[in-house]
Design a protein around this ligand. Structure first.
Ligand SMILES: Cc1ncc(COP(=O)(O)O)c(C=O)c1O
Length: 376
């Protein structure tokens, strides 16, 4: 052990098995259908500037951990938005507006989803209203304004910005394009998830004849994780071991998997993993995740900056990877699981394992990125 040890211990907070685990591909595809998944790929792959994002082999890390391969899907290269979120919101805008140029789209966001909606609206020449909470950084707000959106700052947290978005959209007849589902609002979040599943379509073409044995999925409200599980059901012949990772301050999927029903978390401290700091799993992802996630793991913020730096200075791979705060947890949970013999065995991680981790974003907040990689 050279890169990993140096007296450093990689930590996770909690690891659980799902006692209701039952990966049923047909059941999963009742939540997001094969047709929805195929339509998303057929549409998005025709957009101007579309390119498959790289699948990078973390060859130095897999050697240290004695695994066959670690594949890192590098969403830093997704259009010019630097995050998988570009696939969801923008696709939903296209589906919802169906070529009608008079529709105004609106959304509430912590940053990346709104950027995708604003970008999708600009692509189609539509007006766009974005609601952000007072805690969203000015840099993130500006990025959406630069895409032509009208950005409205709301006092209070994300929930308050969503309430304001719904209120003003109802009054003005704007079309809400939200990535979170609630009762009677399921179709648009399904579109965003179908958009995210494009990542899995690309991955099957990139792994040649290798078989993915494990997949580690970050979760906020669970949209990305649910979409990738739907992608497994649609595209893979085998069923990899599925592990969902969350911040320990906002482990809403883990807590819900424990009890078998949606549990709301009262977030006491915002995690550095900002996009994943969500208190409640969304309805559509929950229907998918409740039986198809095999294990859940939660992490403190401690190793985020260090991991971003190691990815950035090519300690884990031949190339340098720009990985944001929400990209690091996949790698951290893999290292921490391998360093705990019992967890490693439970996950069946060994020299035959091909592990897929999702590098969901690059330096979407440049200032924060620089601050973190220069920290230690
Ligand atoms: C930037 C960003 N936002 C949000 C999320 C969470 O996605 P979701 O809320 O769909 O679970 C992630 C990754 O998990 C992310 O990288």
């Amino acid at each position: 052990m050279t890169i990993l040890s140096n007296g450093h211990q990689w930590k996770y907070s909690e690891f659980i098995d799902n006692k209701n685990y039952n990966f049923d591909k047909d059941q999963i595809l009742t939540s997001i259908s094969k047709e929805d998944i195929d339509d998303a790929y057929n549409t998005i792959s025709k957009w101007e500037g579309y390119k498959t994002t790289p699948l990078i082999t973390l060859n130095k890390l897999s050697k240290e951990l004695n695994l066959k391969n670690i594949f890192y899907k590098d969403e830093d290269k997704r259009f010019d938005l630097k995050s998988f979120k570009a696939l969801g919101g923008a696709y939903a805008v296209e589906k919802v507006t169906k070529g009608n140029k008079d529709i105004v789209v609106a959304t509430a966001t912590a940053g990346n989803h709104g950027r995708s909606v604003a970008w999708g609206a600009r692509r189609l020449g539509l007006k766009c209203k974005i609601f952000i909470s007072e805690f969203v950084s000015d840099a993130r707000g500006q990025a959406m304004a630069d895409l032509g959106a009208d950005v409205v700052k709301v006092k209070g947290n994300y929930e308050k910005s969503l309430i304001e978005c719904i209120k003003q959209s109802t009054e003005n007849n704007w079309q809400i394009v939200q990535d979170v589902a609630w009762k009677d609002y399921m179709q648009v979040p399904k579109y965003t998830m179908a958009g995210y599943s494009v990542m899995m379509r690309e991955i099957i073409d990139q792994i040649n004849n290798e078989k993915i044995t494990h997949i580690i999925l970050q979760a906020g409200v669970g949209g990305m994780a649910g979409a990738m599980v739907a992608g497994i059901a649609r595209y893979l012949n085998n069923v990899p071991v599925t592990l969902v990772v969350e911040p320990d301050s906002a482990a809403c999927v883990l807590e819900s998997i424990k009890t078998g029903k949606i549990e709301k978390i009262d977030i006491k401290r915002e995690s550095l993993m900002g996009g994943m700091s969500c208190g409640e799993v969304s309805l559509v992802p929950w229907e998918i995740l409740k039986n198809s996630v095999k294990h859940c793991i939660s992490l403190p913020d401690d190793d985020i900056a260090k991991t971003m730096k190691l990815l950035g200075n090519s300690s884990f791979s031949d190339e340098k990877i720009i990985a944001g705060e929400n990209s690091a947890p996949g790698v951290i949970s893999l290292i921490a699981s391998c360093e705990d013999q019992k967890t490693k065995q439970t996950l069946k991680l060994d020299q035959n394992s091909n592990v897929l981790v999702i590098g969901c974003e690059g330096d979407t907040d440049k200032e924060m990125y620089q601050k973190l990689i220069n920290q230690n």
